[in-house]
Design a protein around this ligand. Structure first.
Ligand code: ADP
Length: 462
């Protein structure tokens, strides 16, 4: 083989240099291409990866990618998602704060527990009472000091019913003191509506229970006492009715014989004797009236009533006649200003008793020489207004209501001037109200003293 000639060698070098030149150019341009790829594709992807990692840590603050390709769109979607996520997180935090605040404001022991009966959340009161470390512990262990689920566990019935449960159970402390705990349990549900835990609110209701028991015992005692009282009242009413009847019968006989003596049927009597007999008659009448009231009050509700249309004047006249001995004795002027056309439906006997009582009081509480009058007029188309007016001792304003109470007497002392039982106005009011009427008393406006008893009665009974 011969030695290469110089021109061939030069040409070879040229080719080599040209090749090296191309190689260098290729290297430089691939450097630029690589840089371009890194900047426009790999870097945004890296930012996306960093972004997802930040979201996972809850620290994401947005991805700064300004490209208009798919990666740019992906970054924008990431940023949108982040904004929504942050709003959702804010809502969740505020709801959680609200729930915590509600829990804390409950003045009972409140806690949440999972399906394994482990406490997951507890309010301050629960922690103060059972310790700060109760989270994660079994509820039966914390609250009941037991190592397994209680027999009457409210959580068990909550799981059975799926709704709110309320139970009361007793427990004993180390000293054997019993207390009563009311537990209200409400289910906590997941997004599918399945029970995932429960909230339990425990309240010590020992005091309330004790009071309830005491109340129950008192109620039973009261009921027994009431039954006994009712029985006694019945016996008393029967006794009063019997005695009244037994007294009335001889009184009728005393009255009859006294009248026979007064009109001379039983022979001549001296003036002195006549005077004495009038006193007997007056007192017999008073006693009869008193007995009527006692009898009426004890038997009022059982008495049969006959309602018919009667002239008021006739009833009042009968009542006034009852005092034929009393009126001259006390020399009291009595006037009846009632027109004949005042007709009403009533039990005439009962209404007569009303006027006997009012007239009896008016005469009794009016000194000798005083006056008593009865007036009646139509109050309106359907009602009659009656006034019994006296010029007697009067009634203090603060006693206007009280005088209608059973046994009430303004002067109830044993040394009182006026006799009586304190029953007359009570029975009077009862009779008036039975007729659907009203009765009240005021001062006599026309005299220096005295009272006016007002009665308003309906003309028709029904
Ligand atoms: P009593 O049998 O005592 O009269 P009442 O029930 O009829 O019982 O009256 C109750 C009380 O009302 C009387 O004791 C008396 O104090 C007072 N009272 C009743 N009517 C009059 C009256 N017209 N004037 C003054 N006081 C009267």
């Amino acid at each position: 083989m011969g030695i290469l000639e110089q021109p061939y060698i030069d040409a070879g070098y040229k080719i080599l240099w040209a090749y090296l030149g191309f190689l260098f150019l290729g290297f430089v341009s691939s450097m630029f291409i690589a840089r371009y790829f890194t900047k426009s594709i790999i870097s945004p992807i890296k930012k996306l990866i960093e972004g997802t990692e930040a979201i996972a840590k809850g620290e994401f603050k947005g991805i700064d990618v300004i490209t208009h390709d798919e990666i740019g769109e992906l970054a924008n979607a990431f940023n949108d998602m982040d904004a929504k996520l942050q709003n959702t997180m804010a809502d969740l935090i505020s709801s959680r704060n609200e729930i915590e605040a509600i829990f804390e404001s409950i003045s009972d022991v409140a806690s949440a527990q999972d399906m394994d009966m482990k406490i997951t959340f507890a309010n301050r009161l629960a922690k103060d009472m059972y310790g700060d470390d109760i989270i994660g512990q079994f509820c039966y262990n914390v609250y009941e000091g037991k190592s397994e689920v209680c027999d009457d566990c409210p959580a068990t019935s909550l799981l059975e019913t799926g709704g709110v449960v309320r139970t009361i159970h007793s427990k004993y402390d180390n000293e054997g003191v019993q207390s009563h705990i009311e537990t209200t349990g409400s289910p906590l549900k997941d997004e599918q509506g399945n029970i995932s835990g429960m909230v339990m609110i425990r309240r010590d209701v020992t005091e309330q229970k004790t009071l309830e028991n005491e109340l129950r015992v008192s109620y039973v005692n009261l009921e027994t006492a009431y039954e006994e009282l009712k029985q006694l009242d019945k016996m008393k009413s029967e006794l009063v009715a019997n005695i009244s009847h037994e007294i009335r019968t001889p009184l009728t006989s005393i009255r009859g014989y006294t009248e026979l003596m007064l009109d001379g049927t039983l022979g001549q009597t001296t003036n002195q004797q006549l005077k004495g007999m009038k006193v007997v008659l007056r007192n017999v009448d008073r006693l009869t009236r008193m007995i009527s009231n006692v009898l009426d009050l004890s038997k009022f509700d059982q008495q049969e009533r006959v309602v018919k249309e009667v002239g008021l004047k006739e009833i009042i006249k009968h009542a006034v006649d009852d005092f034929e001995n009393e009126i001259p004795y006390k020399s009291i002027g009595i006037t009846v200003d009632v027109s004949d056309n005042l007709i009403l439906e009533c039990d005439a006997d009962a209404l007569e008793q009303v006027f006997i009582n009012l007239l009896g009081n008016a005469i009794k509480f009016t000194d000798k020489g005083g006056s008593v009058s009865i007036q009646a007029y139509y109050e309106d188309e359907h009602h009659i207004h009656i006034e019994v007016i006296d010029t007697g001792v009067g009634i203090p304003e603060d006693k206007f209501e009280l005088v209608f109470d059973r046994f009430y007497q303004i002067d109830a002392s044993s040394t009182r001037k006026y006799g009586g039982t304190g029953l007359g106005l009570a029975i009077t009011k009862k009779i008036v109200e039975w007729h659907k009427g009203t009765i009240w008393v005021r001062n006599n406006p026309n005299g220096s003293s005295g009272s006016v008893f007002h009665i308003i009665l309906p003309r028709k009974h029904n």
